[in-house]
Design a protein around this ligand. Structure first.
Ligand code: ZN
Length: 309
């Protein structure tokens, strides 16, 4: 019974909200892709992961710059903002601020993955070991046989891509980013003046917007993985990461992080450093962005269930 009343109140509030703030849920101005922010992961003193001969920061920058070109050719009307175009280090908050200040409609982070080598060990013999029991007069000397191990490491053969969106339990952070940047998602200047993001109504609106951001991020994450699979890449899927993607939580826009391959695996490292590989990755991401733009313009995003909630 209580839940019903709660739901009723909630929807009443929402109705009042939309009525009083006059925020059309699908205003034509919002439903287009105007600005894309591309973030090359790491940079400068932050090298990221390492392969045999290359560093993640350089590969990420090369792919990000190429993505800028390929996207701009495919979508000449869209503005593209880069968080970095050279080998510099900016802390994640600085990058998030750049994206928010650019009023991005979509945030794409480019990274490479890596895994440690696989540890193996086997018994190659035994040796005698001395040990004691008791104290003082009762102290007794013993000996026992203990195994001798040989330990070695081999390449982890994992390859392929993952595309991440922020984890559900980080929704509060995303809502904070939304509240702090409320002017980014309320179009009319008059509405911005009237809007108190920290009011209960503001919080509900932030929360609704966050759900929408989740769904939009999930849609493009799934499409990026789909496009990469079509060209024959190993795809490990669209995922929600629990830790370590600060920029995804702090940007007030749909955001994805593409792990373009495993720099620690030689075949992927070669692919990530090759002209053809980089081009292929950028074309796949661009196709997914084009789908995203169409979905925005036709309001046709697929509902995606947040499995981690
Ligand atoms: Zn990285």
């Amino acid at each position: 019974m209580q839940k019903k009343i709660g739901d009723g109140l909630f929807f009443l509030l929402i109705t009042i909200l939309f009525a009083s703030f006059k925020i059309p849920p699908s205003s034509p101005k919002q439903n287009t892709l105007r600005t894309i922010v591309i973030d090359a992961g790491h940079g400068g003193k932050d090298f990221g992961a390492a392969g045999k001969y290359s560093y993640e920061k350089n590969v990420a920058l090369a792919i990000a710059l190429k993505l800028q070109t390929v996207l701009q050719q495919a979508m000449p009307d869209v503005k593209i903002v880069m968080t970095r175009t050279t080998d510099v280090f900016d802390p994640p908050p600085v990058k998030a601020n750049k994206a928010n200040a650019a009023k991005g409609d979509l945030f794409i982070c480019i990274h490479c993955n890596s895994v440690p080598k696989v540890r193996h060990s086997e018994v190659i013999g035994h040796k005698s070991e001395t040990y004691y029991t008791g104290k003082g007069r009762k102290k007794k000397k013993h000996s026992r046989q203990v195994p001798i191990y040989r330990t070695w490491y081999t390449q982890n053969p994992v390859t392929g891509t993952e595309t991440y969106i922020w984890a559900a339990h980080k929704n509060e952070d995303k809502e904070l980013a939304m509240r702090e940047n409320e002017s980014l998602y309320i179009d009319s200047t008059q509405q911005v003046e009237d809007f108190d993001a920290d009011s209960p109504e503001g919080r509900i609106l932030s929360s609704l917007k966050t759900q929408q951001l989740f769904n939009r991020s999930a849609n493009i994450a799934l499409d990026v993985e789909d496009e990469l699979e079509k060209v024959g890449r190993v795809v490990n899927g669209a995922r929600q990461r629990q830790v370590g993607i600060w920029v995804l939580q702090a940007t007030a826009m749909p955001s994805i992080l593409v792990e373009t391959g495993y720099i620690s695996t030689p075949s992927d490292e070669d692919y990530l450093n090759s002209v053809n590989g980089q081009q292929e990755i950028c074309e796949c991401i661009t196709k997914a962005v084009q789908k995203y733009k169409t979905s925005l313009e036709t309001n046709s995003f697929r509902p995606v269930t947040d499995s981690s909630q």
